[in-house]
Write a protein that binds this ligand. Sequence first.
Ligand code: ADP
Ligand code: MG
Ligand code: MG
Length: 897
Amino acid sequence: GKFVYFFSAGRTEGGAGDKKLLGGKGANLAEMTTLGIPVPPGFTISTEVCTYYYANGNKYPADLQAQIDKGIAELEAAIGKKFGDKANPLLVSVRSGAPVSMPGMMDTILNLGLNDETVAGLIASTGNARFAYDSYRRFIQMYGNVVLGLKHHDFEHILDGLKKSKGVTEDLALDAEDLKKLIAEYKVEVKAKIGRDFPQSPKEQLMGAIDAVFASWMNDRAITYRKLNNISEALGTAVNVQSMVFGNMGDDCGTGVAFTRNPANGERKFYGEFLMNAQGEDVVAGIRTPLSIEKLGEKMPEALKELHSYADKLEHHYKDMQDIEFTIERSKLYMLQTRSGKRTAFAAIRTAVEMVDEKLIDEKAALKRIDASTLPSLLAKIFDEKEKKEVLAKGLVVATGLPAGPGAASGKIALTAEKAVEWAEKGVKSILVRVETSPEDISGMHSSEGILTARGGMTSHAAVVARGMNKPCIVGCSALEVDYKTGTVEFNSGTAKAVKMKEGDHISIDGFTGQVLNASLNTIPSELEQVFVTKTLPMEKSLLAQQYARIMQWSDQYSRLKVRTNADTPEDAAVARSYGAMGIGLCRTEHMFFAEERIAAMREMILSSSLEEREKALAKLLPYQRADFKGIFSAMEGLAVTVRLLDPPLHEFLPHEEAQIEELAKAFGKTSQYVHKKMDDLKEFNPMLGHRGCRLGVTYPEITAMQTRAIIEAAAELLKEGKKVFPEIMVPLVGHFKELANQAKVIRETADAVMKEKGIKVEYALGTMIEVPRAAVTADEIAEHAEFFSFGTNDLTQMTSGFSRDDSEHYLPYYIEKGIYPQNPFQVFDWEGVGKLVEIAIEKGRKTNPKIKLGVCGEHGGDPASIGYCHRVGLDYVSCSPYRVPIARLAAAQAAL
Ligand code: ADP
Ligand code: MG
Ligand code: MG
């Protein structure tokens, strides 16, 4: 087979369409070459070799070596240098490149081909000894690290030692002699660590580097990254072998990275950073502080002009914002990489909309460009800009970490999850500050305003969980030291004065930038919330809001799936509506019974020992319920509202403390023994499988009757006021069609009676949740009694997989780590397992009731991947929490495109 694909100005064997075979980097290097952009020539070893390597016990196809040799020979011919030559050596870089971009996840080696002899050739051919030795010592360092398994630190401390002995701080202050000495010391270090000499044969070096790149496909970093980004292991990486160009030859050289538009806010303005006299990773590694790209114009105006023209060319060619890497060797510009630029949600919205206006892309392409899962950052709380500026001016930034979860938060430092929970119960806001987090910290993370950890990367436990919870989060804050024993923290970045703080002190974190502030800043609603919800900012003043509105309008235009919201109060309903909810898919009624004056009546109902007593108590609840429904129906005027009848086990409404129990007994003229007896009766071993859902209605039909009455009366009153309302009554936890038939009879009779009393006809629908596996497999029978099904995917997952919704986080993370489940099935719907039941229910339901309306309520209704599934299986709508409505609208459109 063919495994090696060449690219040079004279002959190119691949292009942008070959990403699967050549990886993104290789495919784009070939494409740029074809476009006439100066790219150092090279060749790409295809991903098929990677697949072969792992399928055959880390062995290569038999004729690979010959193809690589041929590639090197062709490369030598193309640039007129020879690999391993003592007079004018060819040097190459060996670069990984997977079909899907995994920035920084795998390893790259530069300056390969240098040894004790070729370094002399490099000096001879360039007349620059400092540069040649600098390249050689970089090579030993990278190769030693990536291929030979030495630690970065093994070399750094030698380098630091040398700089110290010379009394300098910068690498650039070392001269040729120093670097020569450094190389000798590096080689000693290598021999000490691996027991043999640093390999001198360029051919051996090359095969070692290729091995290392293929091996890096399975390193921990890469595996974690793939898991988090849902990238298939089967893709494999390609390896690019490319002739070197040098940014470290002197002051007419440099290297940098740039974006064709601003990746933070999307502004159409060339954005980038570079370093003079530097190579490769120096810019990203943060050894020296890079200069902004405009400065390149002062030093090498021609190079900048050229860079602009290539950037434009590439953006027009790929029709997307590009992230490019370049190097300048003796004033000549070379392009080393281009790819679609990663961007914030803010930038994604702006670039997508503006590219449509520039006629670069169409609306559909614009919608596909935006990662729906990043939209929560648009709605995250922010700091007041003026206030933050003042705090910054006062120098109150004590550290900067990795911005792992967007949003602004401030509160008291809590060093344990328990503390955060305790404070939250008292209404005290906290920031959970930890070295790192683990599953035991979940409740504390929930209770805090934001999370700050000293360790961990963008994919650490803290980062992943925080994003799932939509909490501002900063991880990897290396300046932070936490001392749990003394309850103190210290921020010591080494540059400014160290700052000591203790548990209970106020801090603020900016999850957009990673800044930790020694101040208590106010947080305010996001720009979009100000425009759409609080209406404190006019639309004309917010470019973001205008552009976001266009994206949402296009989304609704191209999607089939409707988006409803889960809301229990008129306030939530109104918020969801301003984000575009097209109805309520789940209005839970149990929350309505907890308010002070209502819980008494609820408890009275529960404690009743006769139907008569119970009806008396229910009569007290009726007006409250009716008023609640009127509020919600009004907020959703013109749209459907699905009301779920009482669902949780009754004991959840009872008090726990003895004093409360006695008080309760007194209030209802019972003995406390009676109350205790009643409570014992209600106790269950498995409350989630207990006396709840429609089982309550079956045993106490008067509850169903009261709730139905409240719904129909509320609707009737609003209809009389001329308002349009569409109530849908939903019976929970049905497993047998006779349960639904039983409840339907109560509902219909009550509704008929109310309509007769009120003298008005109320259009309402009657349906059920499908959340018990038995219901799914007998959906044909159930559908004969239902006008709609709403899949309660939380309970359905719990009951089908046998994972508790409430405490499975103790073991589920291990399941995910071990690859047993790809993701938490409560977050991303398990369509291979639980999904089968949904598919059965859809098919059976439609068979006996072709007009049945089908939707999903539950966490999954707001998850983009799950929404894609809902679209594919043909559901009519999803229902999600108010703040996830925009995500769901976009995801619904993406599923349809
Ligand atoms: P990553 O995928 O981590 O970005 P790359 O393979 O792009 O790794 O390499 C990182 C950097 O190394 C590049 O941005 C470039 O500056 C430098 N580099 C790679 N190949 C060459 C080359 N042939 N000549 C000069 N510099 C190179
Ligand atoms: Mg790169
Ligand atoms: Mg349920």
